[in-house]
Write a protein that binds this ligand. Sequence first.
Ligand SMILES: Nc1nc2c(ncn2[C@@H]2O[C@H](COP(=O)(O)OP(=O)(O)OP(=O)(O)O)[C@@H](O)[C@H]2O)c(=O)[nH]1
Ligand SMILES: [Mg+2]
Ligand SMILES: [Zn+2]
Length: 311
Amino acid sequence: MKKSKSFQKKPEKLLGNEREGLLVAHFGAHAEIEDDKGHIFRCHLRKNLEPVITGDRVLWQPGEDNIGVIVDYLPRRSLLSRPENKKKLKPIAANIDAIIIVTAPNALSEHLIDRYLVAAENIKIPVKILLNKMDLLEESLQSEIIKKLKDYEKIGYQTFFSSTLTKHGLDLLDNFLREKSCVLVGASGVGKSSIISSFAPNEFVRVGETSAQGLGKHTTTMTRLYHLPHGGNLIDSPGVREFGLWHMDSNEIVQGFIEFKPFLNQCKFRDCQHLKEPGCAVKQAVEEGKISAKRYTSFKEMITENQDRLS
Ligand SMILES: Nc1nc2c(ncn2[C@@H]2O[C@H](COP(=O)(O)OP(=O)(O)OP(=O)(O)O)[C@@H](O)[C@H]2O)c(=O)[nH]1
Ligand SMILES: [Mg+2]
Ligand SMILES: [Zn+2]
């Protein structure tokens, strides 16, 4: 990378010894780094450094006015990203053990859940689904909504139910979260920040104002890591409207549907796309009720969207 000499020399002289730290929050050209004693330092991000993100372990040097500089990051064990546009992947969180897709009765979108599942399967990070705001689940909708969640359990995804209002289900979730680093993702207003606030009551977590719908306000604007009192970290992320899969090809999308796996080698044609081909074992499994028709429709939508984008 080309740099002017004067730019390179001056800051280096003023910097202290290199230290390791945990990136707990990231905003623009700055980040907050926590050292082993829990002290927080504000740091600049170097322009020539690859993007670092919440959850990264970084090397940094203290500087003037208590502002340091991040100089490098340590190898990651996992990284969740989402496409910002057709060309650019934006990292969301690093070194996570599980992704928790949070949803709510008035915001349950299988469209969004299925996209997160495909992304998570491809980066090989375990993924769970959490239905929050159980207190708002009207009795007339209960069986329908619970069935949707149970359908995900059937194919192998653990589901949780919670209400930050009544505290229902928080203990089971707490047990799961211990000693892990997890990230909460999902639409705006489903209660991601409220869940963190319930688990880490001593932290200041900005929560959306109560509204009839409680949706779509985009209260959280940055991804931040919180320590849990019983061990482990929970990362809060801004709510999303959509999770694009522009960065994935058809094969990666297929691999993201875990229940298709037993059938993939049984199609008549080796290069079967599982769309219109004769002798497709996946389509047959849908007809026989072994694969849910809804998930298969979701798969076809993703493939078509990606083909439209590429054309
Ligand atoms: N009834 C009910 N309301 C809840 C529950 N959890 C959160 N809320 C309310 O839902 C609204 C949105 O909560 P947030 O925690 O800010 O939602 P978020 O998912 O972090 O939203 P973004 O930051 O915009 O992505 C707030 O008014 C909360 O008080 C719940 O379990 N039940
Ligand atoms: Mg939030
Ligand atoms: Zn096929």
